[in-house]
Write a protein that binds this ligand. Structure first.
Ligand code: PMP
Length: 388
């Protein structure tokens, strides 16, 4: 088996799993308890929070811990828009966002918000996948409560120019939320340089465990009013009640530290493997096309999305079960619809259905890339001859 689906999830790094096990078994206290067991757990959470805050260049008190990016996005979007003192009724987002942003926004639209989906530049444009900046800047006005724009796209790897958007938001008093789930640990995410107000992340995308994530909520300067969704014990400043997931939080901190320490070397190596996979596939498959931006321009190093002409992505995947990749919007593969991201950049339904996404990660090897490419090319040729 060869795992090339790191946008969907990553394996937990062994170093992270070791720390997590210690917290599960030895330092199992409830971080809200007064006794020594509770104090030890609380101290571990403080240490990990400090570590993550330093990595993202934010204050420790600006980080909330959640069950993952779906919850973080939902809390950010509902929390800002449903706050009793929210007067503005417009939300601006991009057509290429993840369903964990689009679906809560569809709910808010039912509740009476005007939600504007700004299209990306099409695949013929050098900035393919980036949000059409002119249209976005025009859509953001003094009635806009919130803008939600992802840092890096989970299907085609496009990085968005967030700072420019942040400046526009702040001119008109709108808040900026960023789904940074695919970016944290893969590209430098520093909130000292990029002025967002809320930011979501999830540990299982950077070699941490599933079921734990974070939401950054700005506390300095502009005021972010958030209505909580989960109420109970009043933990986390009353914004997200419930016993802290101490093993998950500590593991996430360790995973982020490792990712930051290895960021440059991982990026170089993973980018090299991605180029290798593309070159091998392009040599073996006539007319292979890339979906998304050029590799050297504003794109996640591990992301490769390719269009195999004349063959369904699903059929190719089924023919090579030993190579893990994904067709369409993988995080969403219960849903057989063609990818909304590929359609948004101007691919036809047939082209979108012929596309596969590969996500290369920390533990992949050249040997794996070569084997995967050989198997895919052989299966592709076989399917083409059967269809001919
Ligand atoms: N946003 C993006 C961009 C994602 O890629 C994902 C995971 N597929 C999510 C949100 C949801 O994350 P989680 O699994 O932590 O809920």
């Amino acid at each position: 088996r060869i795992y090339l689906d790191h946008h969907s999830t990553t394996p937990c790094d062994r170093r992270v799993a070791e720390v997590m096990q210690r917290m599960l078994v030895d330092e199992f206290g409830n971080a809200s308890s007064q006794h020594l067991f509770g104090q030890a757990a609380a101290a571990a959470v403080v240490e990990s929070t400090d570590e993550m805050a330093a990595a993202l260049e934010v204050l420790p008190s600006e980080l909330l811990f959640t069950s993952g990016a779906t919850e973080s996005n939902t809390l950010a979007l509902y929390g800002v828009c449903r706050h009793p003192r929210q007067r503005r009724r417009k939300i601006v987002t991009a057509a290429t966002e993840h369903p964990a942003v689009l679906d809560p926004l569809a709910r808010l639209a039912q509740e009476g918000f005007e939600v504007v989906h700004v299209p990306p530049y099409p695949h013929s444009h050098p900035l393919v996948g980036q949000v059409d900046m002119e249209a976005l800047l025009e859509a953001i006005d003094d009635q806009t409560a919130l803008v939600s724009l992802m840092w890096a796209n989970n299907e085609i790897g496009t990085l968005q120019p967030l700072q420019q958007v942040a400046e526009r938001c702040h001119q008109v008093g709108a808040l900026l939320h960023c789904d940074a789930t695919q970016a944290i640990g893969r590209v430098p995410v520093s909130l000292a340089k990029v002025d967002v107000d809320l930011l979501s992340g999830s540990a299982h995308k950077f070699y941490g465990p599933k079921g734990v994530g974070m939401l950054y909520v700005r506390q300095t300067g502009r005021r972010v009013r958030l209505r909580p969704m989960i109420e109970g014990g009043g933990q986390q400043q009353g914004l997200r009640s419930g016993t802290l997931n101490v093993p998950g939080i500590v593991a996430m901190g360790r995973a982020l530290s490792i990712a930051m320490a290895q960021l440059d070397s991982d990026t170089d190596r993973i980018g090299g493997l991605r180029d290798r996979l593309w070159n091998k596939l392009a040599t073996g498959v006539d007319g292979l096309q890339r979906n998304g931006p050029a590799f050297e321009a504003g794109r996640l190093a591990g992301n490769l999305n390719v269009l195999f002409p004349g063959v369904e992505g699903e059929a190719l995947m089924a023919a090579v079960p030993s190579v893990a990749c994904s067709s369409g919007s993988a995080c969403n593969s219960v849903n057989p619809e063609p990818s909304h991201v590929l359609l948004a950049i101007g691919r036809s339904e047939a082209e979108a259905r012929s596309s596969l996404r590969f996500g290369i990660g920390r533990f992949n090897t050249e040997q794996e890339i070569d084997t995967a490419a050989e198997r895919l090319i052989a299966a592709y040729r076989h399917l083409r001859t059967m269809l001919a």
